[in-house]
Design a protein around this ligand. Structure first.
Ligand SMILES: [Zn+2]
Length: 403
């Protein structure tokens, strides 16, 4: 692992059954087994190394049994590279009025047909094992911002108890030989941040293709003491990686960064750290500086569909009339295939005309911008230039400064 000497930034390699992920890494969100508007070939061409898929959506449609019968999510969606699935809890809780949290789990109604469902920590692991991702997540309770101290504390403690149940179920599933090739206690070799790029060359990839790594999630809102208490609980249970949940849910940006730094510090240096649902390109730089390895966010894809593109000159609302005759690419500094071929005027026209190609081109460009930013961050950490990159971001002279 390469580490920046004056920040907490690090660059490593995560080995999974379906390939190696260079970290820090950004995971595009493939909600229902598809990154909207992108073919899997497009994603490969963009250099995507890992996708996130949503358990909630795949459970409701087409159903995890159908995905399992198809040979698992990799085969079902023809994506032979790493996949992470979330636990489903965040979607259930963000569908306001449709979910109810109890000690045992979450009762919720399908947003598709109103049918009743129940998601427990055990059930969330069971569904994710059926989907067959490389990294799966324990069920947690994420509270909105602002929430009272009591509500935050209650959700944090419940997250701790659910993490224990998720881990117990995961281990029991292995002992039973549940058909997933699972074999009990997690081994440190299956998913690890390697020590040094040269060392990693000699490592063989995970030889057991069907064993997912279970990550635990640390909650606690913006309260440091609650974060610490939850981190101690989750670390005591022991997971192959650790996620920071409940951030970027409306709190001030400074709090996001401070709590990320505080919480990341509590986690073991040799396990991957995943900051869920964050963020903008400049957030990626700031949070890598605070020790984060993995990110996911809907911003590049959702914004693209809403005609908002990330560029080295800031965000462009490409539908604006000012671009009607603008023959420049979306971003003159971008080397993506879209910027190599199409003009702002044409892409604006596509949005105005409601052409589906509009969202496709904007999504390709935005994902390229994110992946290119992450590649630049990684190279800077490896070559020892990360601090100068961070300074450029903060002083406004980086391409991501205004994003
Ligand atoms: Zn571009």
């Amino acid at each position: 692992m390469a580490r920046d000497p004056s920040t907490r930034a690090r660059a490593g390699l995560l080995h999974t059954a379906h390939g190696v992920i260079e970290t820090p890494a950004f995971m595009p969100v493939g909600t229902a087994g598809s990154v909207k508007g992108m073919t899997q070939e497009d994603l490969e061409r963009l250099g995507v190394q890992i996708l996130l898929a949503n358990t909630y959506h795949l459970y409701l449609r087409p159903g995890h049994d159908i995905v399992r019968a198809a040979g698992g999510l990799h085969r079902f969606m023809a994506w032979p590279h790493p996949i992470l699935t979330d636990s489903g809890g965040f979607q259930v809780m963000s569908l306001k009025g449709l979910g109810r949290v109890t000690e045992d789990g979450v009762e919720f109604r399908s947003h598709l047909d109103g049918s009743s469902h129940f998601l427990s920590p055990e059930r969330a692991v069971e569904i994710q094992l059926a989907l067959g991702a490389d990294i799966i997540m324990a069920l947690d309770e994420c509270v909105a911002y602002p929430s009272s101290y009591e509500a935050t504390r209650r959700a944090m403690q419940l997250t701790g108890r659910w993490a224990r149940r998720a881990k117990d179920y995961y281990e029991r599933a292995g002992i039973r030989g549940s058909g997933f090739g699972f074999r009990g206690e997690a081994s440190c070799d299956r998913l690890t941040l390697e020590v040094g790029p040269a060392f990693s060359e000699s490592r063989t990839p995970n030889p057991e293709p069907r064993i997912p790594a279970l990550f635990g999630i640390v909650q606690g809102g913006i309260d440091r003491a609650l974060r610490r208490e939850n981190a101690e609980q989750i670390l005591g249970i022991g997971f192959e990686g650790y996620a920071l949940g409940g951030l970027s849910v409306g709190e001030p940006k400074g709090e996001t960064y401070d709590v990320t730094e505080y919480t990341a510090e509590l986690l073991p240096w040799d396990r991957p750290r995943y900051l869920m649902g964050v963020g903008t390109p400049s957030d990626l730089v700031e949070c890598v500086a605070r020790g984060i390895d993995l990110f996911d966010c809907v911003l590049p894809t959702r914004n693209a569909r809403n005609a908002c593109v990330f560029t080295s000159e800031g965000r462009l609302a490409i539908k604006s009339a000012r671009y009607a005759r603008d023959q420049a690419p979306l971003d003159p500094a971008c080397r993506c295939p879209v910027c190599g071929r199409y003009s702002r005027a044409y892409i604006r026209h596509l949005f105005q005309a409601g052409e589906m190609l509009a969202a496709i081109l904007a999504t390709q460009h935005n994902l390229h911008f994110y992946l290119d930013t992450m590649g630049e961050i990684r190279q800077a950490v490896i070559s020892g230039d990360f601090v100068s990159l961070l300074c450029r971001v903060r002083t406004g002279s980086s391409k991501v400064s205004h994003t």
